[in-house]
Design a protein around this ligand. Structure first.
Ligand code: ACO
Length: 430
């Protein structure tokens, strides 16, 4: 805690508020006793200026475009690590040594199967069921099949995390296979986290899938870039639900539901739908830019803008590069890549987007890579959920282990409805 203070004056009375400084220089006014001492609350819709917790997991500077997990730059992690390694880092706080990584991978293999009874659940969704709804339901259902564990030691935490990380991958691939009406492909112990997922998605008894190292490397990178993003909408949801004492599976199921929204993780699907629409309209960029700028039109450029980043999203920069490389390696010529690049160029030279600091975000180019990998559009947000899982688990755990500051999440409000009035019996109502 810093020694600095701020002074707040309300109606000629002054109050002292402590200033909290983060390790990277971020500053906050500590208003935890504000209501008690002044009678006032703060009003901050969308929590634009509200820190809901302190955290040691991820640092993000939206003005400078910096994103670090546990102190390591996202660029270095994406270049040099596997997703499983980064998941370990987020969960435990340190990069694993070789033995620790092998043990964690071993746990993933041990937990890769799902209970056979769970598979019957898939049969009762309608054929056109939305994969994010299936995923959220199935993750919640896991709480009925697997025991709740305490996350008190690193060892227990790694077991909990490995079970969920491994099973979500199997559930995601099974939900796709079910939607296609294809036989399920079970996990294999000889494949990596990403290789296993791709194999469960695309292997067919009549046409074996060959795991392409380039695709595995790109998927690793994408999952790492999505692995955490501090107090975003879905992570805050996980924390809020968990703050009521709810188990991990159910808290994460709520996070998956939050991620589904097109203003959040669902944007990766919305981007592709938007690019396809532009393509169908013979690349009529002007029409879509005009719609996006019209305050009376609900349409927005999907994959553009961010609550925190007011410069380039560092994840988007890496993904844009990976996108061109992956398409080249897979020999895929997707007209949507050219459309996306042109749209970005037009938007970034337009005063509307410049003055509002609107840049491409993590979702702008990721969908084009998923398409090239053969992943269907309605599975894009499921891919995001798989990536974000280590972050959700780490935040839930950090909150649960915080015995000092842990409180049930319960914001206040300013009431603007009718003042107290007399009840009118039904026969007297007009
Ligand atoms: N297209 C057009 N205008 C935009 C866009 C956009 N994509 N994003 C923001 N704006 C405009 C707003 O209309 C507003 O204009 P105004 O000042 O004239 O009213 C201004 O920019 C500020 O936007 P807000 O909505 O106030 O910003 P906020 O921080 O609340 O929203 C959000 C951030 C939701 C990401 C927004 O930029 C958006 O809707 N983007 C498109 C959806 C998207 O890509 N979401 C994924 C985000 S990344 C993630 O969650 C993984």
């Amino acid at each position: 805690m810093s020694e600095k203070h701020a002074t707040l004056t309300i109606e000629d009375k002054s109050y002292t508020l402590p200033i909290v400084e983060g390790t990277e220089g971020d500053k906050a006014l500590d208003i935890r006793t504000l209501r008690k001492t002044t009678g006032y609350i703060t009003l901050d819709s969308g929590y634009m200026n509200t820190g809901s917790c302190s955290s040691e997991i991820t640092f993000l500077d939206g003005e400078l475009g910096i994103l670090n997990y546990r102190g390591y730059g996202i660029e270095e992690l994406a270049e040099n690590c596997s997703f499983v390694e980064v998941a370990y880092l987020l969960l435990i706080g340190e990069l694993p040594n070789r033995e620790q990584l092998n043990d964690f991978r071993g746990l993933m293999s041990r937990f890769a199967l799902i209970h056979e009874d769970l598979i019957h659940f898939f049969d009762h969704f309608p054929p056109k069921a939305k994969p994010m709804s299936i995923l959220s339901t199935m993750v919640n259902t896991l709480s009925n099949f697997y025991p709740e564990m305490r996350e008190d030691s690193d060892e227990e935490l790694l077991i909990i995390a490995a079970r969920l990380l491994s099973k979500i991958r199997t559930l995601a691939a099974f939900s796709y296979k079910k939607s296609e009406g294809h036989p399920l492909i079970y996990p294999r112990y000889d494949l990596s986290y990403c290789g296993n997922f791709l194999n469960m998605m695309f292997d067919k008894p009549v046409k074996p899938y060959v795991v392409h190292p380039e695709v595995v490397a790109t998927l690793n990178k994408l999952l790492i870039l999505h692995a955490d993003h501090e107090q975003n909408c879905s992570t805050s949801t996980v924390r809020l639900v968990g703050s009521a004492g709810v188990n991990l599976y159910t808290s994460i199921s709520a996070g998956i539901s939050a991620l589904w929204g097109p203003l959040h993780g669902g944007a990766n699907q919305a981007v592709i739908e938007m690019l396809e629409a532009i393509h169908r309209d013979n690349n009529d960029f002007e029409k879509y830019i005009k719609k996006a700028k019209d305050p009376n039109d609900k349409f927005r450029l999907s994959g553009f803008g961010h609550r925190v980043y007011k410069t380039f999203d560092p994840r988007a920069t890496i993904i844009k590069q990976a996108c061109a490389q992956t398409l080249k390696a897979l020999n895929v010529d997707d007209p949507l890549l050219e459309i996306a690049m042109q749209l970005e160029e037009i938007a970034r030279s337009d005063d509307y987007f410049i003055s509002r600091n609107l840049y491409p975000n993590v979702d702008f180019y990721s969908g084009i890579i998923y398409r090239a990998m053969g992943i269907p559009t309605n599975m894009f947000t499921v891919m995001f959920a798989m990536g974000r899982l280590p972050g959700w688990i780490s935040h839930w755990t950090e909150m649960m282990q915080d015995t000092k500051d842990r409180k049930i999440g319960r914001p206040r409000q300013v009431y603007l409805g009718p003042k107290k009035r007399d009840f009118v019996p039904i026969h007297e109502r007009k």
